[in-house]
Design a protein around this ligand. Sequence first.
Ligand SMILES: *Cc1c(COP(=O)(O)O)cnc(C)c1O
Length: 371
Amino acid sequence: MKKIQMVDLQSQYQKIKSEVDASILNVIESAAFINGPEVKQFQSDLEKFLDVKHVIPCGNGTDALQIALMALGLEPGDEVITADFTFAATVEVIDLLKLKSILVDVNLDTFTIDAEKLKAAITPKTKAIIPVHLFGQCANMDEIMAIAKEYNLYVIEDTAQAIGAEFKGKKAGTIGHVGCTSFFPSKNLGCYGDGGAIFTNDDDIAHRLRGIVNHGMYKRYYHDEVGVNSRLDSIQAAVLRHKLPFLNDYNKARYAAASYYTNAFKDIAGLITPAEADYSTHVYHQYTLRVLDGKRDELQAFLTEKEIPAMIYYPVPLRKQKAYNNGHYIDADFPNTDQLVQEVMSLPMHTELTEEQLVYITSAVKEFFAK
Ligand SMILES: *Cc1c(COP(=O)(O)O)cnc(C)c1O
């Protein structure tokens, strides 16, 4: 059996190698490394795929979030609410821009932001919400958009882990004012380096975003505002252009592996398998279990012995990280996040898991609980 990996990018590459190699070589030969035709083509392919008016490619998912915040005209001290249980990039860019990050608890079952607690965290200084579609499933965007409308807030969707997922028939990242994604190699649509994109249906926001990614330049060598340099390079765009037509199949392969896991674990009382909300499809960026009764670390060690990788996403709530602890958070407001960091464990999840590997992994988990 092939060695089990959390993510197996080599096997996926072997299946598309000849086309991808040819298009990378083509970029090199054309020497159109920056903003070449591959970038424009990928941008328009992604606009069609997402059914969104504007895609603005950029350097990575973290930049996408930062640039989205910059485009909304927020002032230092304005508050932006996001989830306590997510990857640090989501909160990092808020504080980097001298905005004020406000972290709130998530739902125990879906791992996404708790709408009631979100509403309770709103103050007169709140200007935006960043829901994170964690592990491949959308946050409840109906609830979030209703709150945003009531309080006149912007919504930036962090869809780095959920590209291709759908909320009630609309693609993740196209429901709020702005959507942000990452093409980091291990993401559901990954390139062979760093890459990202921002989406919006709003023409004015799109205009701002295009200026900011390019040094605040709306007319060549006229800099109207402070911007950044954040580009998707042509080689990465060429890779992505080849992979985008496979994204639905990739997400289906992830779903099939997840269903195999969930079915195999259905009678294990000590495990809670991922909840699938009725409002969103799940593209399983991660397959994340909750391991009950304090057995998580023991199970992880047991699997490691059997050469099955299992990861803890995420071991520390953001509000307890040195960089983001503002001294004002109260643990009693975060019971779910504090429980999840003790319970969660993600199993290998990628497009190339074989039946043999799935049998091996699920048998090992069952063996642990039968002890
Ligand atoms: C990966 C990720 C990002 C950042 O993307 P990069 O391309 O690595 O900068 C942001 N938010 C979430 C939830 C992510 O998983």
